[in-house]
Design a protein around this ligand. Structure first.
Ligand SMILES: Nc1ncnc2c1ncn2[C@@H]1O[C@H](COP(=O)(O)OP(=O)(O)O)[C@@H](O)[C@H]1O
Ligand SMILES: [Mg+2]
Length: 248
């Protein structure tokens, strides 16, 4: 079975989608075929990888996952696009918590090495499904406000999910859009690294305009600006994740 990682944080704009997609590409470039599953009703990962949203999300359908997989122009990366039904599913508190896990289990065992799930900015039923299906959760945070309160709430939700999904662990908290020239960034980093008991990635993703520009061209920053600091950051993160054994 592939290693299943979700990228979650109930706050929007912290770099979840960027991390899910750029890390997917960076891991794919190490020779591991990766499937990105977009379960955010906003569908930013879907459009950023050059795909269109579909009417019904295969991640939560009853027809298995295979028919819902699209290929992308990103070498080694496939995607299950977001569906127009996700917003309704989220509002209704549906679907059942094990739906995504059950659908991922229908994947042929050797097709993908890694599955990366891009979560919506909420701890609602869609994110609950991701936590129930995952081996590890990656938590991007921005260093430009104090994130500890939100982090504590998210980590409590992870521990709750781990009661019914014992494989689940915190892969790591990831600092994104990091600017060492901003004093608050350095303060937040120091505070999180000292106070948090959960793992924090040594890799830090710098604020880099190339990272923000790439999605409008439907390419990852690793193709858009391979020598940029952002591309380097995600390549570093991929190798840290491989070294930690979070992916096979
Ligand atoms: N390292 C970075 N440097 C500059 N801009 C970034 C970086 N990471 C993300 N962004 C930009 O910040 C915004 C929010 O990122 P996104 O990944 O969409 O967050 P989320 O999925 O958590 O809402 C996007 O416009 C994205 O392009
Ligand atoms: Mg997003």
């Amino acid at each position: 079975m592939p290693s299943i990682l979700c990228v979650a944080n109930q706050k929007g704009g912290v770099g979840k989608t960027t991390t899910a997609t750029c890390l997917a590409h960076a891991l794919a470039l190490t020779g591991r075929p990766v499937l990105v599953v977009d379960i955010d009703p906003q569908g930013n990962a879907t459009s950023g990888m050059g795909l269109a949203a579909v009417s019904a999300s295969a991640a939560f359908g009853s027809g298995g996952l295979e028919g819902g997989i699209g290929s992308t122009a990103w070498s080694g990366v496939w995607a299950v696009p977001a569906g127009h039904d996700l917003e309704r599913l989220a509002i209704q508190g549906a679907p059942a918590i094990s739906t995504l896990r059950r659908n991922l289990a229908t994947l042929p065992a050797d097709r993908f090495k890694v599955v990366l799930i891009d979560c919506p900015p909420s701890l609602g039923s869609l994110t609950q499904n991701a936590l129930a299906a995952s081996d590890s959760v990656l938590v991007p945070i921005q260093c430009e406000y104090y994130p500890l309160e939100g982090l504590v709430q998210l980590l409590a939700a992870v521990r709750q999910s781990a009661k019914s999904n014992p494989r689940l662990g915190v892969g790591g908290v990831l600092f994104t859009m990091y600017d060492p020239a901003v004093e608050l960034s350095r303060e937040v980093e120091a505070e999180v690294r000292t106070k948090l008991k959960d793992p924090v990635f040594r890799t830090v993703i710098p604020r880099d305009v190339a990272v923000a520009e790439a999605p409008s061209h439907c390419v990852s920053v690793l193709d858009y600006a391979p020598r940029s600091r952002g591309a380097w950051g995600y390549a570093q993160l991929a190798s840290e994740i491989v070294k930690m054994g979070l992916v096979g």
